[in-house]
Structure formats: structure tokens, C-alpha cells
Design a protein around this ligand. Structure first.
Ligand code: FCB
Length: 449
């Protein structure tokens, strides 16, 4: 790569991200209990290719090899998640030291490689025993999360400086409890609204535990899936549907976290289906974060759909806009819009792009994966992020989703997001062309225009 002309600020973190259930495998080792994803993925027809995360990328055993790959990519940061059921196999009681030891080893190996860890505490693998007590529909689950956060912070706190409490509460609440395509597979509006509120309370309890346990220079926040929402047509009905969808996806979480209130218009849309919201809840949810994690893949286009669940809006695609293998529109400008709007309306202080990336139909041919589409996607999104930085958005890091091809939830292994290809039959890892390109970005601290 020619030397970069979009140079990011000094110390900018260049990372990649993964999550426990998507890569670890080893589901019955080290005293691990079952999670809701073990249960869900084993249900007939829950996963498109009939697979599970039982083995995944076997990263539980191969983390040293994976960290060596990170070094080859020149990463300065790695975002990964802790499997809650490795630490609390039955949801409560004393933490399982065996589980904590695994992550102590991972963190030590990262330190040796000079890679800064960013630990996500909840990336969707709730202990099964907590689900049997109502899971996220039960307010008490937030308190269990606080205990779990405390145990992990106590074990890893001196070494780990960057923490995410909850990953994408919107996805966990709605895909898990309304649409039913994620664990625990419910289809119930009230359950989904309860889960959304309790996931934010979990964030609040988690932040409080992290603050109590960690050195003062540690940084903690939450990761949200955010997207600009535009109406498909030019009717009022579509415009109103887009505004409601924006309230549902973006404003609900951002207003709660950064303004200490839920948006009025959405309170009336959700009405009596909301769970109990106690007087102090919003103040706790809005306790300051040190950074906000932004997961961005695609903008959302919606149209009005009478009777559609939650907000009478349904997703649509704009004709002629290119898409990834997920069917998600490719629009780097959406990332710029998200970042600049965040800074203007909610000013979270510091922002990290905790996920961004794309699935394409990669092929391993003669030992190489030539994936120019992913390279172009990353290049264009980094330029969009760079424009936001130039306009004053305080962006501190970027974590590509994902380090490895992995278990893509209800799609199983049929969608590949990695900078590194995984042959699941042999667990052979191969750095893709996009990974080699990203190594140039991390080396130069930027991209060329
Ligand atoms: C996000 C998830 C992540 C991955 C990407 C593609 O919603 O946080 O685990 O599945 O989508």
C-alpha cells in the first residue's frame, strides 16, 4: 500500500472482534455450563445449515495460534467476549476459577503480543439456568449480571483496561424475544420490551461493579448496533414509520444512556406492554460511560406496514444498492451519519467502532482467498470514519468484525466475515487478501484515498 493519506490520530487502536460462542467451541470443558445458545442451536431447524457452536473455530484450544495471527495482521487491539457459563456454570454461587483461568491465559498471551484487550461481558450466551428463571424477562437477571461482572473484573481487572458490558441489547431483546431467530427463541412483544429494559439495567449494574473493582484509569461502556433509518417512499406514512423505527433502534437506547430518559414518543408507542420501570432505573442506566461502542454494518430503509410488530415498520431494500452476502446494503456514508449524529445529539465523549465488516462468498483456491469486495468495504468504511474524525468526532479505535470466519448465529457457518479464513474440517486458518490489506492499514495507521 502507498503511504496513507487518511491518517488516524496517534494511538488509534486497530483491532478485530470475536465473541465466545461464535469461536470457542469446547462447550463442555473447564466446568462450563450450558448457555441459551447451546440450547437454541441444538433445536431442529433453528440454524440454517443445521450446525451448532459445539466446536466452532476451536479457539478455546487454539487461542495462541489466533493471537499469532493477530500479530501478523499488526493488530493493536482485540475485542473478545467472556462466556458467562464458563464463569457461573449454573448462573449463581461461587465463580468457577477454571473458567477464569482460561481468560487469564488469553489476557497474558495478548499482553506478550502487545495487543490491548477489550473484553465484552455479555455477547448473548446467558447461562441456561438463568433462562429457566425467566432470563432477560426477569429483572433479577440484571443483578446476576452485576455479580458476574464483579467476578470477571476482580480476576482480569489489573490487566484489562477496556470493557464492554452488553453487546447489542436491541438484537438480544428483539431477535431473541420478538422475532425468535436468536436464543431464547421467543415471540412475544412484552417479553421483548422487558428484555430490552433489563439488558440496560444489566449494563447499569455491570458498570457499577466495574467501577467498584477496576483501577480508575480503566474504561468501560456498552456496544450498540446503530444505523441511520430512512423511509423507502416519500409518503408521510413511510416518514413516520422511519421515525418510529429510529426511536425503536437508536433513540430508545441512546436517550436512556445519555439523557437519562426514554423518548416520549416511543413510550406511547409501546404503551402498556412496557415492563415496570422504577423511578431510579433511568438514573442508573445513564451513569457516565467512558466510551460508546458502535457496531455498524448497514443503513436501514423502512416502509410503513400496517400491524407490523413493535412499530408498524418493515425493512426494505433500496433498488440498485449493492449488498453483502447477508443481504445488507453497502453504504459507508451511513457510518459517517451515525458517528456525526452521535456526537451532535448524545456526545458520548469517546467512541470506538466495536464492529464493522462484511460477509461475502469467499473461496479458498490454491491456499489463498481473494476477497476484493471485503477489502473495498473496509476501505470505504474507514474513509467514512476518517471524515467523521476530521469533523471532530472523538473516535479512539476500530475493530473489524471479524478476526475469523465463525458461527454466524442463525446462519451457522454459511456466512464468512473473517479477515482470516477458517477451514472447519481441519481448523486451518488462512489470512485472506483483505487481512493482508488490513495489516497495511494497521502499519500505516490509516488508509489511502
Ligand atoms: C452483530 C453481532 C456479531 C456478528 C455480527 C455480524 O450483530 O454482534 O456477533 O454476528 O453482527
Amino acid at each position: 500500500m502507498a503511504s496513507a493519506d487518511a491518517l488516524f490520530p496517534p494511538g488509534f487502536v486497530w483491532g478485530a472482534a470475536t465473541s465466545a460462542y461464535q469461536i470457542e467451541g469446547a462447550v463442555d470443558e473447564g466446568g462450563r455450563g450450558e448457555s441459551i445458545w447451546d440450547v437454541f442451536s441444538h433445536r431442529p431447524s433453528a440454524i440454517a445449515d443445521g450446525s451448532t457452536g459445539d466446536v466452532a473455530c476451536d479457539s478455546f484450544h487454539r487461542y495462541r495460534e489466533d493471537i499469532a495471527l493477530m500479530r501478523e495482521l499488526g493488530l493493536t487491539g482485540y475485542r473478545f467476549s467472556i462466556a458467562w457459563p464458563r464463569i457461573f456454570p449454573s448462573g449463581a454461587g461461587a465463580p468457577n476459577e477454571n473458567g477464569l483461568d482460561h481468560y487469564r491465559r488469553v489476557v497474558d498471551a495478548l499482553a506478550e503480543a502487545d495487543i490491548e484487550p477489550l473484553v465484552t461481558l455479555y455477547h448473548w450466551d446467558l447461562p441456561r439456568s438463568l433462562q429457566s428463571r425467566g432470563g432477560w424477562t426477569n429483572r433479577d437477571t440484571a443483578a446476576r449480571f452485576g455479580e458476574y461482572a464483579q467476578a470477571v473484573a476482580r480476576a482480569l481487572g489489573p490487566e484489562v483496561r477496556h470493557w464492554v458490558t452488553v453487546n447489542e441489547p436491541w438484537v438480544a431483546a428483539y431477535l431473541g424475544h420478538l422475532v425468535g431467530i436468536h436464543a431464547p427463541g421467543l415471540r412475544d412483544r412484552r417479553a421483548a420490551l422487558a428484555a430490552a429494559h433489563h439488558l440496560l439495567l444489566a449494563h447499569a449494574d455491570g458498570m457499577a461493579a466495574l467501577r467498584a473493582e477496576l483501577p480508575t484509569d480503566a474504561q468501560a461502556g456498552i456496544a450498540l448496533n446503530l444505523a441511520p433509518v430512512a423511509p423507502l417512499g416519500d409518503t408521510n406514512a413511510d416518514a413516520e414509520a422511519a421515525n418510529r423505527f429510529d426511536g425503536f433502534l437508536n433513540r430508545w437506547f441512546l436517550d436512556a444512556l445519555y439523557k437519562g430518559r426514554y423518548p416520549e414518543d416511543m413510550l406511547s408507542v409501546f404503551g402498556d406492554d412496557l415492563p415496570e420501570i422504577r423511578p431510579n432505573d433511568l438514573a442508573r442506566i445513564a451513569a457516565p460511560t467512558d466510551f460508546l461502542g458502535v457496531n455498524y454494518y448497514s443503513p436501514n430503509t423502512v416502509r410503513w406496514a400496517r400491524g407490523a410488530p413493535m412499530v408498524e415498520a418493515e425493512m426494505a431494500s433500496r433498488p440498485g444498492v449493492p449488498q453483502t452476502a447477508m443481504g445488507w446494503e453497502i453504504d459507508p456514508n451511513g457510518l459517517h451519519q451515525v458517528l456525526t449524529r452521535l456526537h451532535a445529539e448524545w456526545a458520548p465523549g469517546s467512541i470506538r467502532i466495536t464492529e464493522n465488516g462484511a460477509a461475502f462468498d469467499d473461496r479458498l483456491v490454491d491456499g489463498t482467498v481473494d476477497d476484493p469486495d471485503r477489502e473495498a468495504y473496509l476501505h470505504d468504511h474507514l474513509l467514512a470514519a476518517f471524515r467523521a474524525v476530521e469533523e471532530g468526532v472523538p473516535l479512539a479505535g476500530y475493530y473489524c468484525w471479524s478476526l475469523l470466519d465463525n458461527f454466524e448465529w442463525s446462519y451457522g457457518y454459511s456466512r464468512r466475515f473473517g479477515l482470516v479464513h477458517v477451514d472447519y474440517a481441519t481448523q486451518t486458518r488462512t489470512i485472506k487478501r483483505s487481512g493482508r490489506w488490513y495489516a497495511g492499514v494497521t502499519r500505516e495507521n490509516g488508509v489511502s484515498g
